[in-house]
Write a protein that binds this ligand. Structure first.
Ligand code: ADP
Ligand code: MG
Length: 730
């Protein structure tokens, strides 16, 4: 489809949807009736399993007890019956390989009965273990192709679910993916290990404070806010760069981008709302508790956020959510873009990861309550996070490094690549008091008078909002905002869990020592005060409440000695440091070779994706943009010639032609410069650095030259849908 056809079709589609959906009400079924209908979770297990089996599975889920094979057989049979009732004919072990996406290999639920017929079956073994032919998944050197065996192992803590699509319904069983030697080949395994590490050391703190009664686990809680773009599908297909790289490698800024800020929280267009409603309905059925939806800052940008859940389930749900956003989009003639920076010049997309720790009895350990300064236990957990982020800021930074996020971090719209913590006034005040001695008071938020009698007085949060911080304390949780929109939340959360587990370990060890054989309350109070004072002294440099987008901050951060790892090539090598290797090894999250494999896979992904982008730029440049520009040039030239032939003075046109020819020459020169750039290096870190340092600037120069052409070439001749068309037709 040509660009003109795509544009025409997009406008027609938008119109049809408007007609179809304007004024329609309440088309989706009530949430309470459909929620979890496609999920085989604890509720269905309680209904369908014998009591003893149900008890055994609860013990596994809640206390990590290993599952007996007989139990697995019974669960599998019940799961199969349920799945068949739901119309499923296939099942798959659903896992998260290191590619960053999800993987599935479907198997039929049918087996031969030996008499020429088939019957449905799912054995305990089918449920608990699978062996996909995994030789093509990246392992970063963990296993060679000749020993390609990889196993999937059922994760009973994340409920199985059915994904429905045209003509199919598939039972998806969440699994971990490991090599035959037990090395983690996926993102789930280290996440689960990091949750264990955090649990172990957090419980030591609770024990010290005597608040561990009835607590069997401390869990990590996670709620992810997902940003995405929607553009018309026909225009998406007319942009080879979007299709192959997920971002536009050319595209002149439209006169109206997001300057007016009229999109943020604006009325949701009817076609978009129809789409969101179907996405939400699907997600409810899949047990994903989505809660908020709204327009985001950039035109065409939206956000969806669920209620928080335990990290492991939340990460699985996050993958399901991204899948669902993509899968439903074509039903409404949309393409959903999850890339961090699909369009230059307007905001990119992030995935804010809201993170906290809670007991399984429901106490949020990062909730300061009313009189914060007396809540010593809260302050211990808070200071553990501050210490963790300061000591391992670079590892945390590395956990969000990706080719897409390189365009977003530090681009004056997203948090910078410098990791710092926002605490807000109240906590900063308490921290200052702690550093000086004992905290005595808590600044109370007071109430904001809204100035209108009919409005209620609402309590004011004493911590203000700061949208620019990469890691912000937001009332009763931390919000890691630097995570990219397309990323799996698993790895950043694994890193947060691990570094916080280490801090809790260090703190617990010191406090336990100070308590000695006969702990008393006043001993504890004094020890905590002394310890926190020291932690704050050593690590308060990471706290910054100001504007993280400002240039002054970059300078100040450098003075404070905070790392500023600007891109993937700078950030990833951190994972090679002995500190990183020791950290992950000590808390049994990743062995040194598992960690190294992750470094390799990510470097390779960076290199390959940049190479694809560069190649795409060259192809689009040579085969689409240059011919269009030359067509325009010919028309200008003809105009000059014919006007002169008619005996009319044409100097202005001639000058315009000359300057346009100059732009075309610049473009050609930039094409050639990128074409002949040879940035190959055998060593992957070196290769990535060369790409970041040499190739990327050439790509940017080529883009500028191409965008300059777009600003001059006749609209009809330009072969790519423009930013204006993509961002405004809805
Ligand atoms: P905002 O960031 O705009 O204040 P919310 O306060 O609604 O938005 O929270 C955003 C996300 O944070 C939601 O997914 C929410 O469920 C999640 N969240 C809230 N409390 C916690 C918590 N204790 N642990 C983890 N996530 C949480
Ligand atoms: Mg938020």
């Amino acid at each position: 489809m040509s660009r003109a056809q795509a544009r025409h079709q997009a406008i027609r589609t938008a119109q049809t949807w408007k007609e179809r959906f304007d004024g329609r009400e309440g088309a989706t079924p009530p949430v309470d009736q459909i929620f979890g209908s496609n999920v085989f979770g604890l509720r269905k297990m309680r209904e369908r399993l014998p009591k003893a089996t149900y008890k055994a599975i609860v013990a596994t889920i809640e206390r990590g007890k290993s599952l007996a094979p007989e139990v697995a057989d019974i669960v599998a049979a019940a799961m199969k019956d349920w799945a068949i009732e739901q119309g499923a004919t296939r099942f798959t072990h659903w896992f998260q390989p290191l590619t960053g996406t999800t993987a599935e290999k479907h198997d039929s639920l049918i087996v031969a009965d030996g008499q020429g017929h088939v019957l449905y079956s799912l054995s305990g073994a089918d449920l608990t273990q699978g062996e996909p032919d995994a030789s093509s998944f990246p392992s970063g050197g963990l296993r060679a192709t000749f020993e390609a065996r990889g196993y999937t192992a059922w994760d009973p803590t994340s409920p199985a679910f059915i994904v429905r699509a045209e003509n199919s319904a598939t039972l998806c069983i969440p699994t971990a993916f490991v090599s035959w030697t037990g090395e983690a080949l996926d993102k789930k395994t280290p996440l689960l290990r990091s949750c264990d590490a955090l649990n172990n050391h957090a419980k030591r703190i609770l024990k010290l404070f005597g608040t561990d009664a009835g607590v069997s686990r401390v869990v990590t809680t996670l709620g992810c806010e997902q940003e995405y773009f929607l553009i018309d599908r026909d225009m998406y297909h007319a942009r080879p760069d979007l299709v192959s790289s997920g971002r536009t490698v050319y595209g002149a800024s439209p006169p109206k981008g997001q300057q007016l800020e009229d999109h943020y929280f604006g009325a949701i267009p009817s076609r978009v709302l129809a789409y969101m409603s179907e996405v939400e309905e699907e997600l409810y059925r899949l047990g994903v508790p989505v809660k908020t939806r709204h327009n985001e800052v950039a035109p065409g940008q939206y956000e969806v956020a669920p209620l928080f859940e335990e990290a492991n389930v939340a990460c699985d749900h996050q993958m399901v959510l991204m899948e669902t956003l993509r899968r439903v989009a074509p039903h409404y003639g949309f393409a959903c873009l999850l890339h961090e920076k699909p369009f230059a010049g307007v905001n990119g997309s992030g995935k804010h990861c809201n993170w906290s720790m809670a007991t399984d009895t429901g106490v949020n350990l990062l909730d300061p309550r009313d009189d914060t300064h007396t809540n010593m236990q809260f302050l211990v957990f808070l200071c553990a996070v501050i210490r963790a982020v300061d000591v391992h800021a670079d590892i945390l930074r590395a956990s969000i490094a990706s080719v897409g996020n390189d365009h977003r971090l530090g681009a004056n719209e997203a948090p910078p690549a410098i990791i710092s913590i926002f605490l807000g006034d109240m906590l900063t005040d308490i921290i200052d008091q702690l550093e000086r001695g004992s905290p005595r008071r808590t600044i109370k938020g007071g109430a904001i008078d809204l100035g209108a009698r009919t409005l209620p007085r609402i309590p004011r949060h004493s911590g203000d909002r700061n949208r620019t911080s990469p890691f912000a304390f937001t009332g009763n949780k931390f919000e890691f905002r630097a995570v990219g929109s397309s990323a799996s939340a698993s790895w950043p959360v694994t890193v947060i869990n691990t570094i916080v587990a280490e801090s809790l370990d260090v703190i617990a060890t010191q406090l336990e020592k100070a308590m000695g054989k006969r702990p008393t309350e006043s001993k504890l109070r004094n020890a905590v005060k002394r310890l926190l004072k020291q932690v704050i002294k050593d690590h308060k440099r990471v706290i910054f409440n100001g504007d993280n987008y400002s240039e002054e901050w970059a300078a100040e951060a450098a003075e404070r000695g905070l790392a500023n790892l600007k891109n993937v090539a700078d950030a990833l090598p951190v994972l090679k440091l002995r500190r990183a290797t020791n950290l992950f090894k000590k808390y049994s999250v990743l062995t040194p070779s598992e960690l190294e494999s992750r470094l390799h896979i990510q470097l390779e992904a960076y290199i390959k994706r940049r190479q694809i982008e560069a190649e795409e730029m060259l192809q689009i440049g040579r085969r689409m943009l240059l011919p269009a520009a030359l067509g325009h040039q010919r028309r200008l030239a003809e105009t000059v010639v014919k006007t002169r032939a008619a005996g009319v003075d044409c100097d202005v046109e001639a000058a315009a032609l000359e300057s346009f020819v100059g732009l075309v020459q610049d473009f050609r020169a930039a094409l050639v410069a990128l074409e002949i750039a040879n940035g190959h290096e055998d060593e992957p870190i070196k290769h990535a650095k060369v790409i970041a340092k040499n190739t990327l600037p050439l790509m940017e120069a080529l883009r500028d030259a191409g965008d300059a052409l777009e600003a001059h070439v006749e609209h009809k001749l330009w072969p790519l849908p423009s930013y204006h068309e993509m961002l405004s037709i809805r």
